[in-house]
Design a protein around this ligand. Structure first.
Ligand SMILES: [Zn+2]
Ligand SMILES: [Zn+2]
Length: 339
């Protein structure tokens, strides 16, 4: 097992105490949940994955906030759970936390169904993913395998009722929700004074994963870049605390780095297509961009490449070259050339 980082305490310019609790959401992959005290009722932000020891880490972490930081709080005192976005490493723990009927659960409207209609959504998304994988030109012998990777870990949770929806600009006891679609449709960042809980919208080291809108609406690079700009324009954040990795002390510089990384990837896609003798599928572009990607990472690589291909296509830089096939076949791979 990976050893867990220490719990960290932060205090906002508005005197809200924020405790950063690590949990192992998947083997060797650490996520962070946050206990927020002094902003209305005691609030838990995200719940871990529910996988392995993740829930135990969350509960032990809340206990440690009591024992090591002298906060008068136990797990029963948590009256509100906010889910930053509908990814399983952030909400999967919901069904595993001890029943605390007083805790009300909130998530942005666009991710609400992920929690309330979980089983249905897995089936529907599977179907859209199959369509996408064919359209991307993934060789048929690989297709089923990639779907299986997508379904990995999907069995650890189930539908759960949600009590209140979150919306953009909403204020709640000193927390302000900022809707930042892109990495996930209903992604919210939470502003608490000079601290931004940036969830998976802005991470310290990794450029948050992108997937095309073809699979899920309100995702895609166009939305993501707009959401980066939205946070940039807000100003006033001294630190951002993400759903993974370390605290970000240079929030605006980090936003610039992530943005430039996507501009480089767009350039890379243009170059790969330009230098190829024939029009390329998304799968071929992904293989050229991420040569070593295997297994689950290959699925992520195809999605990431597709988000960039889709962006260029939407912005009029690419054209589909095999329209004759598209006209008569059900779902042929799309082959792209530069306009
Ligand atoms: Zn995450
Ligand atoms: Zn995420």
């Amino acid at each position: 097992m990976t050893s867990l980082p220490a719990i960290q305490r932060f205090e906002s310019s508005t005197q809200v105490r924020i405790y950063r609790i690590p949990c192992e959401v998947f083997p060797n992959f650490i996520g962070y949940v946050y206990v927020v005290l002094g902003a209305g009722e005691p609030t838990l932000i995200d719940t871990g994955s529910g996988y392995g020891d993740s829930t135990k880490h969350v509960l032990d972490g809340i206990q440690a906030v009591h024992d090591d930081f002298n906060e008068p709080i136990t797990r029963e005192d948590i009256k509100r759970i906010i889910i930053t976005h509908g990814h399983i490493d952030h909400f999967g723990g919901l069904v595993h936390l001890p029943k605390n009927s007083q805790a009300k659960i909130g998530i942005h409207t666009l991710d609400r169904r992920v929690i309330t209609n979980y089983e249905e959504r897995v089936v529907v998304t599977n179907r859209l993913l199959r369509f996408f994988i064919q359209q991307a030109g993934v060789p048929s012998e690989l297709q089923a395998q990639l779907i299986q990777y997508f379904n990995f870990s999907k069995k650890h949770t189930q539908s759960f009722p949600v009590d209140f929806p979150l919306s953009d600009g909403q204020e709640m006891d000193g927390m302000r929700f900022i809707h930042t679609p892109g990495h996930c449709p209903g992604m919210v960042c939470i502003a608490i004074g000079n601290i931004l809980l940036s969830a998976d919208h802005i991470l310290e080291k990794t450029s948050p994963h992108q997937s095309p809108e073809t699979i899920t609406r309100h995702m895609g690079l166009h939305h993501y870049l707009e959401s980066l700009d939205k946070v940039s324009r807000m100003g006033g954040f001294d630190v951002a605390l993400g759903g993974h990795e370390g605290p970000i002390h240079n929030v605006y510089q980090r936003i610039g780095e992530i943005r430039r990384g996507h501009m480089r990837k767009l350039d890379r896609v243009r170059g790969i297509i330009q230098n190829a003798p024939d029009p390329l599928t998304t799968f071929e572009i992904a293989k050229a961009m991420f040569r070593d990607a295997k297994d689950f990472h290959l699925l992520l690589a195809i999605e990431e490449a597709a988000a960039h291909v889709e962006y260029l296509y939407e912005h009029g830089e690419l054209a589909v070259s095999n329209i004759d096939e598209v006209e008569i076949e059900d779902n042929p791979p799309l082959r792209y050339r530069l306009v």
